[in-house]
Each structure stands twice: as structure tokens, then as C-alpha cells.
Write a protein that binds this ligand. Structure first.
Ligand SMILES: [Zn+2]
Length: 361
């Protein structure tokens, strides 16, 4: 239970006997993933519904349906729930008294990613998904400056091209590969070269977002060969398919997210550099509606879409699995939680509004 340790005083510096600190962070998001789908698997309200694109999805339903929500979620995301979750903390199951909420008022993607990446809301500036440069350096930039790193050592791989705006306040400060874009690094990799070409051949339904598979393969190759200190990886298809009323494809995208997590985690744990020294943080930018009429949607007028989820794994995190009965936490708390887990004083990150989530660091 998270609440047990919630009253411990916050400590600015590591102390004797403290849990070991993480050295690296890998932040991995998938866009607009509902807490309902993560915690309870395939949604019975959407099954068989033509309106949700489930008219011809019998085989998928058969593979994913169990009366018990725990069995359902394990069928949908087996690696996450059976292997990863027991080793860390998963927040946001409202049914178990754990609430994690977006605090920006828009509940669309850019304000959400900005809240994750800067630990604050900027509702007067970032009012939607318009391509404007984030006025605030991200926590990734904060880390780069504190650790005196080169751009290539803090990398962002994203399916959506907007991360050139949201992830940094100064263009080129980080190594960002986002949207349909060739990756310059690793320079001598035949696989990267192949992906650089293929991503333009295999067009996705969105103009400003490529298939997640290209994002993931480019990122994994970069992680293995360039070995950055910190990585942010961002998937988009879970949101795009939902907007298209294709819940079947949302489920398949979640299955792909799970397979990607397995490959990512296996590499991290097999790497002398990253094994047992890397924090893995998973979350999403916003929720969406809970009913057949609005599961596809999100924004200020959609009820319940402020509810999100996050999961933390790695050094310093007790393996408590799914959190129960926690104090309410917010999207803006994710950045200071990461900074504290990496041993930094989050109060040095100017203008931060969030606080480390009780019981995690
Ligand atoms: Zn969306």
C-alpha cells in the first residue's frame, strides 16, 4: 500500500541505508490509453459494437474476453501484468481507490505531454495541439544541464511530430526524432538506414504521425548502439485508432505496446550499462470517455477523461504492484517523482508545480 509510507518526511539528499538511486530514465508513453483498458482489459461495453469497429472482431474478443477483469487485462497485456507490474508500482485504478489525474484544463495531447515533461500546467500558453515551442525547458533538458550531457545523450523518439515543440524550449537541445523523420544516429546502422526509408513507404492514416513500429525500432536501435543516458519514447496509435472508432485496433495497439515493453525491458536488463540502474516510467497524456458514445473522444467536454495512470519500475521502487487507496496524484507530479528517483532536488527545477508522488521515491 502506498499510504503506509506517505507520512515519511521528504528528504532532499540520499541518506545512509536509502534505496539505491537510478542513474537513467526511460519514459515510455502511449497516447490516450484509458485506465479502464489498462486495468480491466477488453471493455464489455464496446464488444460486438459496430460503432466501435468491433463488428468483425470475434476472434479478438474470443482471445481477450474473460469474466474476471484481472484475467482480461493479463490476456491483453501479458508482459506488463504478469512480469513487470509485480516489480513496481502501477497507479490509477479508480476501482481500487487510486486516482491519477491530468491537471491542465484541456485534456488533449500537447498540454498533457507538456505537463508530463515540465511538471506544471501552462494553460494560458499551451491551449491545444498547435505547434508552438514550449516556453519551458523539459525535465529532460533539466537533466541534460545538471549532468552536462551532449544532445545525443538525451534522446526522444516519437510517432507524433509535435515533440519537436513539446519536449524542448530550444530547438536542437535534445536529440529528437519525431513524426516522419530519418534518424541520423546510429550513423553506421544498416537497420536504421532501412527504417529511415521504409517509414516513408508505409504511410499511416495520420499526416503528422508515423506508425509506432518505426518509432520503436529506431529507438531500440539507438538505445542499443548510442546508449543515451536518458530516453523518452512515445507511441501514438492508441489515440488515432480510438478517434477512428476502431476499438479493435486500439486493442491491437495495446498488444503491440506490451510486446514493445517486453523487448525494451529485456534489453535494459541484459545491458551492463542499464541493468538495475534504469528507471522505467510508463504513462499517458490524457484519458477518454468511458462509454460507447465517447470512448473515442477526449477534451474539456468529455466526462472522466482527466483520469490517467502511470507505472514506475526500477531501483528505489518497492514491488507493490497495483496501488490501492492512494492519496490523489496528478500528471504534473510525474516529473518531480522521476527527478527525486534519480537523486536530484526537484526544487531546483524552477517553476515546478508538481510534487513527488507519496510512497514512490
Ligand atoms: Zn486524441
Amino acid at each position: 500500500m502506498l499510504t503506509r509510507r506517505a507520512f515519511l518526511p521528504l528528504l532532499a539528499a540520499p541518506f545512509a541505508g536509502a534505496a539505491p538511486l537510478a542513474k537513467h530514465v526511460v519514459l515510455f508513453t502511449s497516447d490516450g490509453v484509458r485506465w479502464q483498458d489498462l486495468f480491466t482489459g477488453i471493455d464489455p461495453k464496446l464488444m460486438g459494437q459496430k460503432q466501435a469497429g468491433m463488428g468483425d472482431a470475434r476472434a479478438l474478443e474470443k482471445a481477450l474476453w474473460f469474466p474476471d477483469p484481472v484475467q482480461r487485462r493479463e490476456a491483453l497485456m501479458p508482459f506488463f501484468w504478469k512480469t513487470l507490474a509485480p516489480t513496481g508500482i502501477v497507479l490509477g485504478n479508480l476501482r481500487k481507490g487510486s486516482s491519477l489525474q491530468v491537471s491542465n484544463r484541456y485534456r488533449v495531447s500537447y498540454p498533457g505531454y507538456s505537463e508530463i515533461l515540465t511538471g506544471r500546467t501552462q494553460d494560458d500558453v499551451i491551449r491545444g495541439n498547435d505547434s508552438i515551442q514550449n516556453p519551458t525547458p523539459s525535465f529532460l533538458q533539466f537533466l541534460k544541464r545538471k549532468q552536462n550531457l551532449r544532445s545525443e545523450q538525451v534522446a526522444v523518439f516519437a510517432s507524433w511530430d509535435n515533440f519537436h515543440y513539446s519536449a524542448e524550449n530550444k530547438r536542437g537541445d535534445l536529440y529528437i526524432n519525431a513524426g516522419y523523420e530519418k534518424s541520423r544516429l546510429p550513423a553506421d546502422s544498416p537497420w536504421t538506414n532501412e527504417l529511415n526509408t521504409l517509414q516513408f513507404d508505409a504511410r499511416f492514416i495520420e499526416d503528422n504521425a508515423r506508425h509506432d513500429a518505426f518509432t520503436f525500432e529506431l529507438a531500440l536501435e539507438y538505445l542499443q548502439k548510442v546508449q543515451p543516458e536518458h530516453l523518452f519514447l512515445s507511441f501514438d496509435e492508441t489515440d488515432d485508432w480510438a478517434h477512428d472508432h476502431r476499438y479493435d485496433r486500439v486493442l491491437e495497439s495495446l498488444q503491440y505496446f506490451d510486446r514493445s515493453l517486453e523487448r525494451l525491458w529485456s534489453f535494459l536488463q541484459s545491458s551492463p550499462k542499464y541493468a538495475n540502474s534504469t528507471l522505467l516510467v510508463l504513462t499517458t497524456d490524457h484519458g477518454r470517455g468511458g462509454a460507447l458514445a465517447d470512448f473515442s473522444d477526449h477534451g474539456p467536454d468529455v466526462a472522466g477523461d482527466q483520469q490517467i495512470w502511470a507505472a514506475f519500475f526500477g531501483p528505489g521502487i518497492a514491488g507493490e504492484g497495483e496501488a490501492h487507496n492512494t492519496a490523489p496524484a496528478y500528471q504534473r507530479d510525474i516529473a518531480p517523482t522521476i527527478l527525486q528517483l534519480l537523486g536530484f532536488d526537484y526544487r531546483e527545477y524552477q517553476g515546478l508545480q508538481g510534487r513527488p508522488i507519496s510512497g514512490i521515491p
